[in-house]
Design a protein around this ligand. Structure first.
Ligand code: SF4
Length: 573
């Protein structure tokens, strides 16, 4: 940690959960939860720093009363420790740290009662409140800092706001030793690898980092016999609560007013306002203006912004600094330098992709020749057992040729004939289906890039796709199994339901492309598809496709950090 100081609050988190401490202290990750928001509300009043006159004023009123300081900041170079004390009562050379807690104190439950009399005793005993170990450590560290500042500390106070209960605990050698031991353990922990998650622990469902930590999912895959001992709890919200805003109309300008984004047209008229709190991401297509003030507000709220060309090519992503973790990036670079690890990733990706292509054909092609599904299954099996990435590329190519040969059989009408004549062509796309697929793959790349960033991974360093300047190789890796499930499926649905027609495309010398109306229809369909919930084949809970992509990115991060032994990607039946 060099010369940096350890916040006492973070050290105390080590007692709660070493992995939580590691995320916060070493990886700098904080996600707000209901609990942390309540905790902040409780601290809001006491966190207003005291000013000299206020403390003095108290003394003027009653010179005999101890002075009370709010948000006193203390540091110790010797301990490399710092703390902001909620309240500190100073009475001459004596000091009392007072810490506010939003919850309830710990209660000790003895042997369950057998008789009515025992039940009375039990209830009385059960009422005896105690401080939680995490709270003891925090006030213990504060007492050490106050002592180093020259005060005598004989007691500390913990105030549990849910019960309006004040607990006074003695500051003795035992408490100080407990606090110092926690500090040392935390320092040792930070110098090593990220600790594994707690197993089946009641703390996890309330933990703000649970969606990132994935304790049950990781433990499930680490268990020798999956399913026997642990079933992942459905504790992650299946869908985003927020919206993914896409601005594509030429000439519109996005600014900020208070806590809302304001979209104005060329004339300056407000066409839409969106509360910042509702936004998950913002994508700007073509010549759409975003003010610096709005950009700062979005960055403060950790909302990523993607800049895309009018044709949908991803040009740049602005994502908040919060999404960088040196530890996981180091693991990514280290692992992708290993050929065996890249091969393992590629096998899992391509096997799942071919399986999903096969499923899509089986579901939507009315006259699929019998051998096609078998051939695709054979290619998937061969890819799963292949000894080199080149060999997997071969199986992937064979499968793609077969898949796109029969692709048009999933569509109705003239668009199908045109695609049949052209086959899959990318640059430039010559017909509406090819144009839709190219645009859908680009948008999917953007979704996968955002998911990798969320998982603190570097999108440019891939294990299967070769890294090149400007190429999000890892995002291309991650999207392989999702291509048929999301992009191809959107094309099939939109053309067959008439949401996309010939009129939604324009033909130019540089190929076939969406009109504005066509792009709007596409984005509506993309939004619906990303919100569609599906069941995870291993964990058996339902998540939207968008959440599913993020879950896979996080499971890859866990695999790169060697927290889980193997990888499996989503396949549907
Ligand atoms: S989810 Fe559980 S294991 Fe993970 S950081 Fe939180 S408390 Fe620790």
């Amino acid at each position: 940690m060099g010369e940096s100081f350890w916040p006492a609050r973070n050290v105390a988190e080590y007692i709660y959960c070493p992995r939580l401490f590691y995320y916060m202290q070493v990886e700098g990750i904080q996600l707000p939860s209901q609990d942390t928001e309540k905790g902040l509300a409780v601290h809001r009043r006491v966190d207003q720093p005291s000013t000299g006159p206020a403390a003095g004023a108290a003394e003027e009123e009653d010179p005999g009363r101890p002075a009370v300081l709010r948000s006193l900041v203390l540091s110790s170079r010797h301990l490399q420790l710092t703390a902001t004390l909620d309240l500190t009562e100073i009475d001459g050379k004596y000091a009392v740290p007072i810490e506010y807690r939003k919850g309830r104190p710990k209660r000790f439950f003895a042997k369950p009662p057998q008789t009515e009399e025992e039940e009375d005793d039990f209830n009385r005993a059960a009422q005896a409140p105690q401080p939680w170990p995490i709270d003891r450590v925090q006030v213990g560290l504060q007492a050490l800092l106050l002592e180093e500042a020259g005060y005598t500390v004989v007691k500390a106070v913990l105030y549990y706001s849910s019960e309006k209960l004040k607990l006074t605990i003695p500051v003795d050698d035992a408490l100080k030793a407990e606090a110092l031991e926690a500090l040392q353990q935390a320092k040792d922990c930070a110098a090593g690898e990220r600790p594994l998650p707690l197993v089946n622990d009641p703390r996890c469902p309330r933990c703000s980092l649970q969606p990132l930590c994935l304790p049950d999912e990781i433990n499930y895959q680490r268990t020798p016999k999956p399913g026997d001992e642990l079933t992942p709890r459905k504790i992650w919200p299946p869908r985003d609560d927020g919206i993914h805003v896409v601005a594509q109309q030429e000439g519109v300008k996005i600014g900020i007013r208070g806590m809302e984004l304001r979209v104005t047209d060329r004339t300056g008229a407000v066409v839409r306002t969106i509360p910042l709190a509702n936004i998950e991401s913002l994508s700007l297509l073509g010549p759409v203006q975003l003010t610096t003030q709005a950009l700062h507000a979005l960055a403060n709220m950790n909302i990523p912004i993607a800049y895309l060309s009018a044709a949908g090519r991803l040009l740049a992503i602005i994502d908040p600094l919060d999404s960088v973790s040196a530890a996981i990036r180091r693991a990514q670079v280290r692992q992708f330098d290993c050929a065996e690890k890249c091969l393992e990733l590629t096998r899992a990706l391509i096997t799942a992709k071919i399986a999903n292509q096969r499923t899509l054909l089986l579901r939507n092609h009315k006259g699929l020749p019998e051998n096609v599904a078998d051939e695709l299954a054979k290619e998937a099996k061969s890819a799963a057992a292949a000894a080199s990435i080149e060999s997997i590329r071969g199986h992937e190519g064979q499968a793609a040729a077969l898949y796109f040969k029969h692709f048009s059989g999933m569509f109705k009408g003239k668009v199908a004939e045109e695609f049949d004549n052209n086959g899959r062509q990318r640059r430039p796309p010559p017909d509406p289906i090819n144009a839709c697929l190219s645009f859908a793959y680009t948008m999917l790349t953007h979704e996968c890039t955002a998911a990798l960033r969320t998982a603190r991974l570097e999108p440019a360093i891939g294990g299967f796709h070769v890294s090149k300047p400007g190429r999000p190789a890892f995002a291309l890796d991650l999207m392989e199994p999702f291509r048929p499930l999301i992009a191809d499926s959107i094309a099939v649905t939109c053309f067959n339901k008439g949401e996309l027609t010939e009129g939604h495309f324009m033909r130019t010398v540089s190929g076939c492309a969406f009109t504005d109306a066509g792009r709007r229809s596409f984005f509506n369909a993309l939004g619906r598809r990303m919100d569609t919930e599906i069941t995870h084949p291993l964990f058996e809970y339902r998540l939207s496709y968008r959440r599913m992509i993020i879950l896979h990115a996080r499971m890859i991060a866990a695999w790169l950090a060697e927290e889980i032994p193997s990888l499996a990607f989503l396949t549907t039946r």
